[in-house]
Design a protein around this ligand. Structure first.
Ligand SMILES: N[C@@H](CCC(=O)N[C@@H](CS)C(=O)NCC(=O)O)C(=O)O
Length: 251
């Protein structure tokens, strides 16, 4: 089976796709792309959409972490990514959808907001990546990429404040699914691989880590993706972080 995965280093759905390929034991080559430039590069190699993860496998092109999960399951059913019991499958698919649609976007917004304030941490998210130029040079030219990424992801003050207000409820949902056995079972499933990288990315942000690392969601991320790359030192305003300390958001 010939497989090539197109990723942005440290992108959480890209890490989800990597983990699922590894779970299936499918060897693959990886192409690392820089944000923004990735959109042009993906079109140039024939993908219809502009986001990573994107996978070429056995002549077909699959884009999107959830679509990749299904294609991998079709091509190589064992070990499974989805439970065979219909009710359990519905629960895993709902958690997976939540991970994709509700958990991924706030993590992206918070990270790009932080990088927009201070670009230095960006380098730590690309450690070990092969982006076709020395990392040091890429970082010197990163300003327009950061500005565009923050704009594309609507990483503005208002959205990030709202993300932080909602984060405790999102984490609680993950904890509840772990308690119910939908996530974090002996056999990891597509929802574990979808959700754990978003939690892992959040824990690279030092302001968020204390509210996450000691709860079940944090333990799941440490189990599934123990070596998540990147580190963002404290940068978020203290009053925006109040909801994570169990306090109401300041007006
Ligand atoms: N929900 C989609 C999200 C894909 C997505 O938005 N990926 C981001 C990286 S995390 C991307 O490709 N952004 C383009 C860019 O940064 O220029 C999935 O799970 O595949």
């Amino acid at each position: 089976m010939e497989a090539r995965l197109y990723v942005i280093p440290a992108s959480h759905p890209s890490i989800a796709a990597r983990l699922m390929l590894e779970h299936k034991g499918i060897p693959y080559k990886r192409t690392d792309l820089l944000p923004v430039i990735s959109k042009v590069a993906l079109r140039a190699v024939g993908f219809p959409g502009v986001t990573v993860p994107a996978l070429k496998i056995d002549g077909s092109k699959v884009q999107g972490s959830r679509q990749i999960a299904r294609e991998l399951e079709r091509l190589r059913p064992e070990p499974p990514l989805f439970p065979s019991d219909p009710a359990q499958r519905v629960a895993v698919e709902e958690a997976e959808r939540f991970g994709d649609e509700e958990l991924q976007p706030p993590m992206r917004q918070i990270l790009w907001w932080a990088i927009k304030q201070d670009k230095k941490p960006l380098r730590s998210y690309s450690e070990g990546a092969k982006i076709g130029m020395p990392i040091g040079l890429a970082m010197k030219t990163a300003a327009p990429i950061v500005a565009l990424s923050a704009r594309f992801n609507e990483a503005d003050d208002e959205n990030v404040r709202r993300d932080l207000e909602r984060l405790p409820a999102l984490l609680q949902k993950v904890d509840d699914w772990i308690a119910a056995g939908v996530l974090g079972g002996e056999q990891l499933n597509a929802a574990d691989f979808q959700i754990a990288p978003s939690i892992g990315l959040a824990m690279t942000i030092e302001d968020l880590r204390p509210a996450i690392e000691n709860r079940p969601a944090g333990a799941l991320a440490k189990r599934v993706v123990p070596d998540y790359p990147g580190h963002t030192p404290p940068i978020l305003p203290a009053e925006w972080l109040a909801p994570l300390r169990g306090q109401p958001a300041a007006a």
